[in-house]
Design a binder for this molecule. Sequence first.
Ligand code: SAM
Ligand code: SF4
Length: 318
Amino acid sequence: MIDKTGRKIEYLRVSLTDRCNLRCVYCMPEEGIPKVSHEEVLRFEEFEKIISACANLGIKKVRFTGGEPLILKGVEKLIAHTSSLGTIDDISITTNGILLGDMADNLKKAGLNRVNISLDTLDHEKFKNITRGGDLNKVLKSIDKCFSIGLTPIKLNTVLMRGFNDDEVEKFINLTKEIPINVRFIELMPLGEGLKYYDKAEMKIDEILDAHPELVSIKDKSNVATVFQAKNALGTVGFISPMSCKFCSSCNRIRLTSTGTIKPCLHSDEEINLKPFLNDKNALANVIKDTIYNKPEEHHMDKDKKSSTHRMMFQIGG
Ligand code: SAM
Ligand code: SF4
Protein backbone atom coordinates (compact mmCIF):
# COMPACT_ATOMS: atom_id res chain seq x y z
CA MET A 1 0.00 0.00 0.00
CA ILE A 2 1.29 3.43 -0.99
CA ASP A 3 0.00 6.54 0.79
CA LYS A 4 -0.75 9.85 -0.89
CA THR A 5 2.81 11.10 -0.33
CA GLY A 6 4.30 7.98 -1.94
CA ARG A 7 5.41 6.18 1.23
CA LYS A 8 5.14 2.39 1.17
CA ILE A 9 3.23 1.29 4.28
CA GLU A 10 4.12 -2.25 5.31
CA TYR A 11 4.45 -2.18 9.09
CA LEU A 12 1.60 -2.69 11.58
CA ARG A 13 2.08 -2.12 15.31
CA VAL A 14 -0.61 -3.76 17.41
CA SER A 15 -1.23 -2.58 20.96
CA LEU A 16 -2.74 -5.62 22.67
CA THR A 17 -3.68 -3.97 25.95
CA ASP A 18 -3.30 -0.67 27.77
CA ARG A 19 -2.63 -2.48 31.06
CA CYS A 20 0.86 -3.09 32.39
CA ASN A 21 2.69 -4.88 35.20
CA LEU A 22 5.01 -1.86 35.67
CA ARG A 23 4.34 1.87 36.15
CA CYS A 24 7.23 3.67 34.46
CA VAL A 25 7.09 7.27 35.67
CA TYR A 26 7.23 8.88 32.20
CA CYS A 27 4.58 6.54 30.80
CA MET A 28 1.90 5.63 33.36
CA PRO A 29 0.29 7.71 36.08
CA GLU A 30 1.09 6.45 39.60
CA GLU A 31 -2.58 5.96 40.46
CA GLY A 32 -2.99 3.59 37.50
CA ILE A 33 -5.17 4.03 34.47
CA PRO A 34 -8.88 4.40 33.81
CA LYS A 35 -10.50 0.98 33.37
CA VAL A 36 -11.62 0.20 29.85
CA SER A 37 -14.74 -1.99 29.78
CA HIS A 38 -14.44 -5.55 28.49
CA GLU A 39 -16.75 -4.80 25.54
CA GLU A 40 -14.57 -1.95 24.34
CA VAL A 41 -11.42 -4.08 24.05
CA LEU A 42 -10.89 -6.15 20.89
CA ARG A 43 -11.32 -9.90 21.29
CA PHE A 44 -8.76 -12.33 19.89
CA GLU A 45 -10.80 -13.12 16.79
CA GLU A 46 -11.16 -9.39 16.13
CA PHE A 47 -7.41 -8.83 16.36
CA GLU A 48 -7.02 -11.79 13.99
CA LYS A 49 -9.49 -10.35 11.46
CA ILE A 50 -7.72 -6.98 11.38
CA ILE A 51 -4.24 -8.49 11.14
CA SER A 52 -5.42 -10.76 8.29
CA ALA A 53 -6.97 -7.78 6.47
CA CYS A 54 -3.76 -5.79 6.83
CA ALA A 55 -1.70 -8.74 5.58
CA ASN A 56 -3.92 -8.95 2.48
CA LEU A 57 -3.25 -5.27 1.85
CA GLY A 58 0.52 -5.73 1.89
CA ILE A 59 1.58 -5.43 5.54
CA LYS A 60 4.80 -7.47 5.90
CA LYS A 61 5.89 -6.67 9.41
CA VAL A 62 3.88 -6.92 12.65
CA ARG A 63 4.97 -5.81 16.13
CA PHE A 64 2.95 -6.55 19.26
CA THR A 65 3.16 -3.95 21.99
CA GLY A 66 1.00 -2.40 24.70
CA GLY A 67 0.79 -1.62 27.68
CA GLU A 68 2.63 -4.80 28.37
CA PRO A 69 1.76 -7.30 25.60
CA LEU A 70 2.95 -10.32 27.58
CA ILE A 71 0.31 -9.91 30.31
CA LEU A 72 -2.37 -10.81 27.76
CA LYS A 73 -3.31 -14.46 28.16
CA GLY A 74 -2.98 -16.31 24.86
CA VAL A 75 -0.64 -13.83 23.19
CA GLU A 76 1.15 -16.89 21.74
CA LYS A 77 -2.07 -17.79 19.88
CA LEU A 78 -2.15 -14.43 18.17
CA ILE A 79 1.50 -14.75 17.18
CA ALA A 80 0.79 -18.23 15.82
CA HIS A 81 -2.14 -16.87 13.79
CA THR A 82 0.01 -14.05 12.38
CA SER A 83 2.75 -16.51 11.51
CA SER A 84 0.25 -18.88 9.85
CA LEU A 85 -0.73 -16.17 7.35
CA GLY A 86 2.56 -16.94 5.63
CA THR A 87 3.07 -13.40 4.28
CA ILE A 88 4.45 -11.63 7.35
CA ASP A 89 8.26 -11.61 7.14
CA ASP A 90 8.92 -10.23 10.59
CA ILE A 91 6.95 -10.78 13.82
CA SER A 92 8.31 -8.99 16.84
CA ILE A 93 7.32 -7.76 20.26
CA THR A 94 8.16 -4.74 22.43
CA THR A 95 8.16 -5.73 26.09
CA ASN A 96 9.43 -4.60 29.45
CA GLY A 97 11.03 -8.05 29.75
CA ILE A 98 9.60 -8.95 33.17
CA LEU A 99 7.64 -12.02 31.99
CA LEU A 100 9.68 -12.73 28.88
CA GLY A 101 12.12 -15.27 30.36
CA ASP A 102 9.34 -17.69 31.32
CA MET A 103 7.43 -17.24 28.07
CA ALA A 104 10.27 -17.07 25.54
CA ASP A 105 10.24 -20.76 24.53
CA ASN A 106 6.51 -20.73 23.74
CA LEU A 107 6.67 -17.36 21.99
CA LYS A 108 9.46 -18.59 19.74
CA LYS A 109 7.58 -21.82 19.02
CA ALA A 110 4.51 -19.75 18.05
CA GLY A 111 6.54 -17.88 15.43
CA LEU A 112 7.98 -14.82 17.18
CA ASN A 113 11.13 -13.73 15.35
CA ARG A 114 12.67 -11.23 17.74
CA VAL A 115 12.19 -8.96 20.73
CA ASN A 116 12.76 -5.34 21.72
CA ILE A 117 13.22 -5.00 25.47
CA SER A 118 12.75 -1.63 27.14
CA LEU A 119 15.48 -0.99 29.68
CA ASP A 120 16.38 2.50 30.85
CA THR A 121 18.98 1.68 33.49
CA LEU A 122 21.40 -1.09 34.47
CA ASP A 123 21.23 -0.09 38.14
CA HIS A 124 18.90 -2.18 40.34
CA GLU A 125 17.78 0.67 42.61
CA LYS A 126 17.21 3.09 39.75
CA PHE A 127 15.24 0.44 37.86
CA LYS A 128 12.98 -0.02 40.87
CA ASN A 129 12.43 3.75 41.02
CA ILE A 130 11.77 4.46 37.36
CA THR A 131 9.41 1.48 36.98
CA ARG A 132 7.84 2.02 40.43
CA GLY A 133 8.76 -1.38 41.81
CA GLY A 134 10.19 -3.51 38.96
CA ASP A 135 12.91 -6.15 39.46
CA LEU A 136 15.87 -5.67 37.10
CA ASN A 137 17.04 -9.26 37.71
CA LYS A 138 13.97 -10.56 35.86
CA VAL A 139 14.79 -8.46 32.80
CA LEU A 140 18.45 -9.53 32.82
CA LYS A 141 17.37 -13.18 33.07
CA SER A 142 15.02 -12.68 30.12
CA ILE A 143 17.85 -11.28 28.03
CA ASP A 144 20.00 -14.33 28.85
CA LYS A 145 17.11 -16.64 28.00
CA CYS A 146 16.53 -15.00 24.61
CA PHE A 147 20.21 -15.38 23.76
CA SER A 148 20.21 -19.01 24.89
CA ILE A 149 17.33 -19.98 22.58
CA GLY A 150 18.33 -17.74 19.67
CA LEU A 151 15.40 -15.34 19.98
CA THR A 152 17.67 -12.74 18.44
CA PRO A 153 18.71 -10.11 17.44
CA ILE A 154 17.74 -8.34 20.65
CA LYS A 155 17.24 -4.59 20.77
CA LEU A 156 17.30 -2.68 24.04
CA ASN A 157 15.11 0.45 24.01
CA THR A 158 16.57 3.04 26.35
CA VAL A 159 14.76 6.34 26.85
CA LEU A 160 17.34 9.05 27.51
CA MET A 161 16.65 11.25 30.50
CA ARG A 162 18.97 13.93 31.82
CA GLY A 163 19.57 13.52 35.54
CA PHE A 164 18.42 9.91 35.44
CA ASN A 165 20.46 7.83 33.01
CA ASP A 166 22.75 10.30 31.19
CA ASP A 167 25.54 8.94 33.43
CA GLU A 168 24.90 5.40 32.13
CA VAL A 169 25.29 6.06 28.43
CA GLU A 170 28.85 4.74 28.51
CA LYS A 171 27.76 1.56 30.35
CA PHE A 172 25.17 0.87 27.65
CA ILE A 173 27.71 1.51 24.89
CA ASN A 174 30.17 -0.84 26.62
CA LEU A 175 27.49 -3.52 26.73
CA THR A 176 27.46 -3.52 22.91
CA LYS A 177 31.21 -4.21 23.00
CA GLU A 178 30.71 -7.28 25.17
CA ILE A 179 27.56 -8.89 23.79
CA PRO A 180 25.78 -8.82 20.39
CA ILE A 181 23.01 -6.53 21.55
CA ASN A 182 21.61 -3.48 19.78
CA VAL A 183 21.02 -0.55 22.09
CA ARG A 184 18.60 2.10 20.82
CA PHE A 185 18.68 5.41 22.68
CA ILE A 186 15.29 7.09 22.34
CA GLU A 187 14.58 10.76 22.94
CA LEU A 188 11.94 11.32 25.61
CA MET A 189 8.71 12.47 23.98
CA PRO A 190 6.50 15.22 25.43
CA LEU A 191 3.42 13.05 25.50
CA GLY A 192 1.23 11.82 28.37
CA GLU A 193 3.25 11.48 31.60
CA GLY A 194 6.38 12.28 29.59
CA LEU A 195 5.20 15.91 29.44
CA LYS A 196 5.81 16.25 33.20
CA TYR A 197 9.50 15.37 32.83
CA TYR A 198 10.26 16.76 29.41
CA ASP A 199 11.58 20.23 30.30
CA LYS A 200 14.06 18.91 32.89
CA ALA A 201 14.99 15.55 31.34
CA GLU A 202 15.12 16.32 27.63
CA MET A 203 18.37 15.25 25.90
CA LYS A 204 19.42 15.41 22.28
CA ILE A 205 21.43 12.69 20.59
CA ASP A 206 24.04 15.11 19.30
CA GLU A 207 25.52 15.58 22.75
CA ILE A 208 26.07 11.83 23.06
CA LEU A 209 27.62 11.56 19.64
CA ASP A 210 29.93 14.50 20.43
CA ALA A 211 31.03 12.78 23.65
CA HIS A 212 31.60 9.42 21.93
CA PRO A 213 33.71 9.91 18.80
CA GLU A 214 34.54 6.19 18.91
CA LEU A 215 31.07 5.50 17.49
CA VAL A 216 31.25 5.06 13.74
CA SER A 217 28.19 5.39 11.54
CA ILE A 218 27.13 2.14 9.89
CA LYS A 219 24.48 1.27 7.32
CA ASP A 220 21.38 -0.29 8.82
CA LYS A 221 18.05 -1.04 7.23
CA SER A 222 16.12 0.67 10.05
CA ASN A 223 14.25 3.70 8.79
CA VAL A 224 13.79 5.31 12.18
CA ALA A 225 17.19 4.89 13.86
CA THR A 226 20.60 6.18 12.88
CA VAL A 227 23.00 3.40 13.78
CA PHE A 228 26.61 3.39 14.96
CA GLN A 229 29.14 0.88 16.19
CA ALA A 230 32.20 1.07 18.41
CA LYS A 231 35.39 -0.56 17.11
CA ASN A 232 35.27 -4.38 17.37
CA ALA A 233 31.89 -4.21 19.12
CA LEU A 234 29.54 -7.18 18.81
CA GLY A 235 26.42 -5.03 18.91
CA THR A 236 25.34 -1.61 17.70
CA VAL A 237 24.23 1.70 19.16
CA GLY A 238 21.27 3.44 17.53
CA PHE A 239 19.48 6.71 18.09
CA ILE A 240 15.79 7.31 17.63
CA SER A 241 15.18 11.01 17.70
CA PRO A 242 11.63 12.00 16.83
CA MET A 243 12.26 15.45 18.31
CA SER A 244 15.62 16.50 16.89
CA CYS A 245 15.49 14.52 13.67
CA LYS A 246 12.07 13.69 12.28
CA PHE A 247 11.70 10.49 10.28
CA CYS A 248 8.16 11.20 9.01
CA SER A 249 9.23 11.16 5.35
CA SER A 250 10.28 7.51 5.65
CA CYS A 251 7.57 6.41 8.11
CA ASN A 252 6.15 3.08 6.94
CA ARG A 253 3.82 2.23 9.83
CA ILE A 254 0.27 2.31 11.08
CA ARG A 255 -0.92 1.47 14.59
CA LEU A 256 -3.86 -0.51 15.90
CA THR A 257 -5.04 0.22 19.46
CA SER A 258 -6.53 -2.41 21.76
CA THR A 259 -9.94 -0.73 21.42
CA GLY A 260 -10.00 -1.24 17.66
CA THR A 261 -8.95 2.10 16.22
CA ILE A 262 -6.30 2.62 13.59
CA LYS A 263 -3.89 5.47 14.21
CA PRO A 264 -2.15 6.45 10.99
CA CYS A 265 0.30 8.71 12.89
CA LEU A 266 1.52 8.31 16.48
CA HIS A 267 1.41 12.04 17.16
CA SER A 268 -1.87 12.95 15.47
CA ASP A 269 -5.29 12.80 17.10
CA GLU A 270 -6.73 11.21 13.99
CA GLU A 271 -8.16 7.72 14.66
CA ILE A 272 -10.46 5.50 12.64
CA ASN A 273 -12.70 3.04 14.46
CA LEU A 274 -12.64 -0.36 12.72
CA LYS A 275 -15.26 -2.02 14.93
CA PRO A 276 -18.27 -1.21 12.70
CA PHE A 277 -16.55 -2.96 9.78
CA LEU A 278 -15.39 -6.18 11.43
CA ASN A 279 -18.14 -8.35 9.95
CA ASP A 280 -17.70 -7.16 6.39
CA LYS A 281 -14.36 -8.15 4.81
CA ASN A 282 -14.61 -5.69 1.89
CA ALA A 283 -15.66 -2.76 4.03
CA LEU A 284 -12.83 -3.51 6.49
CA ALA A 285 -10.26 -3.65 3.69
CA ASN A 286 -11.60 -0.40 2.19
CA VAL A 287 -11.48 1.56 5.42
CA ILE A 288 -7.92 0.39 6.15
CA LYS A 289 -6.89 1.24 2.58
CA ASP A 290 -8.41 4.69 2.89
CA THR A 291 -6.73 5.30 6.26
CA ILE A 292 -3.34 4.31 4.89
CA TYR A 293 -3.77 6.47 1.79
CA ASN A 294 -4.60 9.52 3.93
CA LYS A 295 -1.80 9.02 6.50
CA PRO A 296 -0.69 12.49 7.76
CA GLU A 297 2.46 13.74 6.07
CA GLU A 298 4.29 14.64 9.29
CA HIS A 299 3.96 15.49 12.98
CA HIS A 300 4.62 18.96 14.46
CA MET A 301 5.91 17.89 17.86
CA ASP A 302 9.28 19.59 17.30
CA LYS A 303 7.64 23.01 16.86
CA ASP A 304 4.74 22.60 19.33
CA LYS A 305 6.91 20.97 22.04
CA LYS A 306 4.11 18.51 22.64
CA SER A 307 2.41 15.70 20.78
CA SER A 308 -1.05 16.33 19.29
CA THR A 309 -2.39 12.95 20.35
CA HIS A 310 -4.67 12.81 23.40
CA ARG A 311 -3.64 9.18 23.93
CA MET A 312 -1.01 8.16 26.46
CA MET A 313 1.98 6.09 25.38
CA PHE A 314 0.67 2.94 27.12
CA GLN A 315 -2.50 3.22 24.99
CA ILE A 316 -0.56 3.39 21.73
CA GLY A 317 2.46 1.20 22.31
CA GLY A 318 5.27 3.53 21.25
N1 SAM B 1 5.44 -2.22 27.94
C1 SAM B 1 6.24 -2.38 26.79
C2 SAM B 1 7.60 -1.78 26.98
O1 SAM B 1 7.80 -1.01 27.93
O2 SAM B 1 8.46 -2.09 26.16
C3 SAM B 1 5.63 -1.86 25.50
C4 SAM B 1 4.86 -0.57 25.56
S1 SAM B 1 5.83 0.88 25.94
C5 SAM B 1 4.59 2.14 25.86
C6 SAM B 1 6.78 1.08 24.45
C7 SAM B 1 7.95 2.00 24.55
O3 SAM B 1 7.50 3.33 24.73
C8 SAM B 1 8.92 1.72 25.68
O4 SAM B 1 10.22 1.51 25.16
C9 SAM B 1 8.87 2.97 26.52
O5 SAM B 1 10.12 3.26 27.11
C10 SAM B 1 8.48 4.00 25.48
N2 SAM B 1 7.90 5.23 26.03
C11 SAM B 1 6.86 5.36 26.87
N3 SAM B 1 6.62 6.67 27.12
C12 SAM B 1 7.54 7.39 26.42
C13 SAM B 1 7.82 8.78 26.23
N4 SAM B 1 7.11 9.72 26.83
N5 SAM B 1 8.86 9.12 25.42
C14 SAM B 1 9.60 8.18 24.78
N6 SAM B 1 9.37 6.85 24.91
C15 SAM B 1 8.36 6.47 25.71
FE1 SF4 C 1 4.49 -0.34 31.13
FE2 SF4 C 1 6.03 -0.14 28.99
FE3 SF4 C 1 4.75 2.01 29.95
FE4 SF4 C 1 6.73 1.00 31.35
S1 SF4 C 1 6.89 1.89 29.31
S2 SF4 C 1 4.71 1.59 32.15
S3 SF4 C 1 6.57 -1.12 30.94
S4 SF4 C 1 3.81 0.24 29.08
